[in-house]
Design a protein around this ligand. Structure first.
Ligand SMILES: [Zn+2]
Length: 346
């Protein structure tokens, strides 16, 4: 089969003919239809988190089950599936509590520690796969597993109630654009901050009530102006630099919640810091939450929202398997709005 292969740290991917994956009794073999491309994947390359080479990357997968191991009961051959990308143990206290992204005995993740979806076929543990409802397009199902499910989780972490004001920092990107939609669905008034006209226009098209161009600086001042001086009830930061974290905290009103989701592609740059005065937290009763991926149930719920057309998967450009590096280059430049994906039939 054809696959895009990472051969060593820092090397571009190579299109290669590789052996078909073998699979065990609790695995399924999946013919890949589409695979999302995002910053998490590039961060994996950059930070040395890939545990062995050669490795086929890609974790936002949609495909059709073509074979199933003898012990597999929950999916059938022919079914379309997406996947949870953490390799969880299934039996620790967090897995048993439905919080498997906090698994205490993780064996890594798909695309870093086992081969992923930048290929014609992929082996997936049956525990990780989630059936895709009819009517959800392949690219939508692929990115549902991370770029849409992560926003769903982040909005739960933010404890959004209808009528709340929410600041989304990085609202026009592949994850942020889905935060905007899910927050609107929960009845929040969404203030979208990002850089550049295309991203802000997309955020507005997908439901943002107000937009702030961060190039002009002063995000928190603009938020105060837009909220009659009160500040927002919650802020979700998908960028995660020292400057955006400060702006998000300064934008919060009394009892506000900050949710950390993103972190920047580091490449040797200084690590972001939150500079906190505890009395500032206490006097405004602020809360800081972090959101670590999602549960398989949250992916299933997001797929339902897509099937019901209550949210829309925003994939702004697709690429053929062999064009993966071109997609990565666009992400490194950080100029695109929405998500990118590989489509195997391209
Ligand atoms: Zn576990």
């Amino acid at each position: 089969m054809k696959a895009m292969v990472l051969t060593a740290p820092g090397r571009p991917l190579e299109l290669r003919d590789v052996a078909m994956p073998t699979f065990g009794p609790s695995d399924v073999l999946v013919r890949v239809l589409a695979c999302g491309v995002g910053l998490t994947l590039l961060k994996g390359f950059a930070s040395g988190r890939v545990s062995g080479y050669p490795r086929i990357p890609g974790h936002e997968i949609c495909g059709t089950v073509t074979a199933a191991g003898a012990e597999v009961r929950q999916v059938e051959v022919g079914q379309r599936v997406t996947c949870h990308y953490y390799l969880t143990c299934g039996v620790c206290r967090f897995c048993r509590d439905g919080r498997e992204s906090l698994c205490l005995d993780r064996a890594g993740s798909i695309g870093r520690d086992i081969d992923g979806g930048y290929a014609e076929y992929v082996r997936l543990p049956a525990r990780n796969v989630i059936p895709v409802p009819d009517g959800v397009p392949d690219v939508a199902a692929a990115i549902a597993s991370d770029a849409i499910a992560t926003p769903y989780r982040a909005c739960r972490e933010a404890a959004l109630r209808s009528g709340d004001g929410l600041l989304v920092v990085g609202a026009g990107g592949g994850v942020g654009i889905h935060v905007v939609q899910i927050a609107r669905l929960r009845g929040a008034r969404v203030i979208a901050a990002d850089i550049g006209d295309a991203k802000l226009a997309l955020a507005r098209e997908l439901g943002a009530d107000e937009t702030i161009d961060a190039r002009a600086g002063g995000i928190a001042e603009r938020v105060r102006a837009l909220t009659g001086g009160r500040g927002v009830d919650a802020a979700i930061d998908l960028v995660g630099t020292t400057a955006t974290l400060r702006a998000a905290l300064d934008s919060l009103g009394m009892g506000g919640r900050l949710v950390l989701v993103g972190s920047p592609l580091k490449d040797g740059a200084e690590r972001p810091r939150i500079d906190l005065d505890p009395s500032e937290l206490q006097s405004r009763a602020l809360e800081i939450h972090s959101s670590r991926y999602v549960s398989a149930d949250e992916i299933a719920r997001v797929l339902e929202l897509l099937a019901q057309k209550r949210i829309r998967a925003v994939v702004t450009r697709t690429f053929a398997l062999a064009e993966a590096e071109e997609a990565h280059e666009i992400i490194r430049r950080n100029e695109h709005a929405g998500r990118l994906a590989l489509v195997m039939s391209n």
